[in-house]
Design a protein around this ligand. Structure first.
Ligand code: CA
Length: 639
């Protein structure tokens, strides 16, 4: 077995190509019986053109093949089944074989000058979570529906820019296994949380998965087009598990090294731990797994110019690894944003205090986690789709909502005893908190409101609502997002919410057909007031630094909650917060089905949001003192 020191001394550079020879190096056990390299003409099928026995040397199994191998495919085999290694950078169809290409051939025009769009603080980000197929498959005007290239098309860029989002979080876009790339003539759908090759784009999102360079070039074209539009690209990374153990590239090259066991004592019985809920969990604390994750994120930044990472089940990874990743990324560009799910999907084989859990965020500076406090305070608990939250009139949600609005930091006016999930504030800075009400997991906002708000329950969900119910749903939808986008955390929205997206009530749509998952583009014309409100709400945040102070001390200094009746949360951003043009901003959020009154400080105020309409220029003026807020709506004032 290798010592840790030997392991750490080397990286995962598996293939080094030159026109006269190609060298291969594989991280595999020294005591492996026979390690073979096979070369193929095709990415799938056909016989090996050449089989080479690899030789153990300097901590790796190695081979050197003379001649120009550009365009060839290869596999490694230690007797566990052929695979392209763990760090293939180009692959054939379905990712079974590695491919030898020249990466510089894949760069689109202008790539050398491509840059990360500038953001000063993560609080400036407006994150829009998107699945490639959801977003474009139902667009008649898309030239490349369901593909990376759809995001280069004018209709797509126009929509994103006019909405005002400045960061696209793309659901798994590395090569995953659940869509068969050889059968793209039939519709197939998956979210893609079943990684095969972590460092290669997914083939089904390319126009030709058989040609290894195409998916790489098209992914870069997508990044370039979004960057040119001032939009960052955030990658959803799923290092916490693989689809299974037996067929994974990890297991096929270094058996049992990359996974956690339930306990040392049970190791002989092969009791794999299952903190991912998918049958296994990777072992980020193992030196080469940690090294793999660090190299992988660096590779996506350097080769593909990625601007941020969303770590799936970050609570499966250890804190030290997450901090080392943050450090490695800081050396490239500290503005690259890192956040994750601060939980796991089952017990992990490491103590909780060593894991990247939400409760441990204070030990991970520069890394953010999703706030289930604000999400569930607004719409109801994760565990039951039919239960409502503050939006549907559930009692005692206000304190959790306040906690979320403050960015999940310690704030003197938030009583932690009344907050739903956390006993202590977990974020050191508000930029460590992702503020949201819905994401790809779970019901989208429209469906959740229909499933849980008593007055909106209808047999056919959204499609079955009366006109009055639809109006109520719209009011609550806009109110929910107003809470999210006026929070001091980093606002995040699911793609399509601006179009009153419905997934017809499907909760876990990970392999549902397009008819469930596609965006409801028709709603852009049908409910223009919804898109208009989202757009103006985002613009309001972007025009006013008071909503994105970026520092806990500034939030404590400038954010003051106002006394309000049940069902109302009200706050003031005071004294030119964040050097805002507006001296004081008052936000009143009323979930009740009746008009409510509250006291605000005296003065003459300009109304900028009232009754589901936003106009930064002003909708009128009102006097301070006792003011009223309409049912199920937000009131925003400034002076
Ligand atoms: Ca694939």
């Amino acid at each position: 077995m290798l010592t840790t020191t030997t392991m750490m001394a080397q990286q995962f550079n598996e293939v080094t190509y030159t026109p006269v020879k190609t060298t291969f190096a594989l991280f595999a056990p020294q005591d492996a019986k026979a390690v073979k390299l096979r070369l193929y003409r095709e990415g799938l099928g056909g016989k090996a053109q050449k089989t080479v026995r690899m030789i153990w040397n300097d901590g790796r199994w190695r081979a050197e093949v003379k001649g120009d191998l550009k365009g060839c495919f290869y596999t490694f085999d230690i007797g566990r089944g052929e695979c392209p290694g763990v760090f293939a950078k180009a692959v054939g169809v379905n990712g079974h074989r590695g491919a030898i290409i020249t990466m510089s051939d894949t760069n689109p025009e202008g790539w050398a000058n491509d840059q990360h769009p500038i953001t000063k603080t993560p609080a400036d980000l407006i994150v829009y979570e998107l699945h490639h197929r959801d977003f474009s498959i139902a667009r008649n005007d898309a030239r490349h529906p369901g593909k990376f290239l759809a995001l280069t098309e004018p209709w797509a860029i126009d929509h994103l820019k006019s909405l005002g989002v400045n960061a696209i979080h793309i659901l798994p876009s590395y090569d995953y296994g659940s869509v068969d790339e050889t059968r793209l003539n039939i519709p197939q759908y998956n979210w893609g949380y079943d990684p095969v090759n972590y460092n290669v784009p997914e083939g089904s999102y390319s126009t030709d998965p058989y040609r290894p360079e195409v998916r790489i070039r098209e992914f870069k074209q997508m990044v370039k087009a979004l960057h040119d539009a001032g939009i960052r690209v955030i990658l959803d990374v799923v290092y916490n598990h693989t689809y299974d153990i037996e067929h994974s590239n990890f297991q096929r090259t270094y058996p049992d090294y990359f996974y956690r066991w339930k306990t040392e004592g049970e190791k002989k019985a092969k009791q794999y731990s299952n903190g991912s809920g998918c049958g296994n969990e990777t072992a980020s604390e193992q030196p080469m797994m940690r090294q793999f994750m660090i190299e992988s994120v660096k590779y996506w930044v350097e080769e593909y110019h990625i601007d941020g990472f969303r770590f799936d089940l970050m609570g499966v990874h250890d804190i030290e690894t997450m901090n080392q990743i943050r450090h490695a990324i800081d050396e490239i560009d500290p503005s690259i944003f890192i956040y994750g799910e601060g939980w796991s999907a089952g017990p992990c084989a490491l103590p909780n205090d060593q894991l990247g859990m939400k409760a441990n965020i204070a030990k991970m500076p520069g890394i953010a986690a999703f706030s289930d406090e604000i999400r569930d305070a607004l719409r109801g608990p994760f565990s039951d789709d039919t239960k409502t939250g503050w939006l549907g009139g559930a009692p005692d949600c206000e304190e959790s909502l306040k906690f979320g609005i403050a960015g999940c930091i310690s704030h003197p006016q938030v009583n932690m005893k009344e907050v739903n999930y956390s006993e202590t504030p977990w974020a050191t800075e508000p930029t460590q908190m992702m503020s949201y009400v819905s994401c790809h997991d779970d019901m989208c906002l429209v469906d959740r409101l229909c499933a849980s708000v008593p007055s909106l329950k209808a047999p056919n969900g959204f499609m079955g609502l009366s006109k009055e119910q639809t109006e109520e749903l719209v009011r609550l939808d806009l109110l929910a997002q107003t809470a999210v986008f006026t929070s001091q955390g980093v606002p995040f929205m699911l793609s399509g919410e601006e179009l009153l997206r419905t997934k017809l009530g499907v909760h876990n749509s990970f392999e549902s057909p397009d008819s469930i998952n596609h965006l409801n583009w028709d709603n852009k014309e049908k409910y223009p007031q919804v898109f208009d409100y989202y757009k103006k709400l985002i613009a309001l945040r972007q025009h006013h630094p008071a909503f994105r102070l970026g520092s806990a001390d500034l939030v404590r200094k400038h954010l003051e909650f106002l006394d309000a009746p049940k069902g109302v949360v009200a706050f003031r951003l005071k004294d030119y917060a964040g050097r805002d043009d507006w001296r004081n901003i008052i936000v009143v959020l009323n979930a009740a089905r009746k008009t409510q009154a509250l006291q605000i400080p005296l003065g003459t105020y300009t109304e900028v949001c009232c009754d589901g309409i936003i106009d930064e220029q002003g909708l009128g003026t009102i006097q301070g003192g006792l003011v009223t807020v309409s049912p199920q709506s937000a009131l925003i004032l400034h002076n």
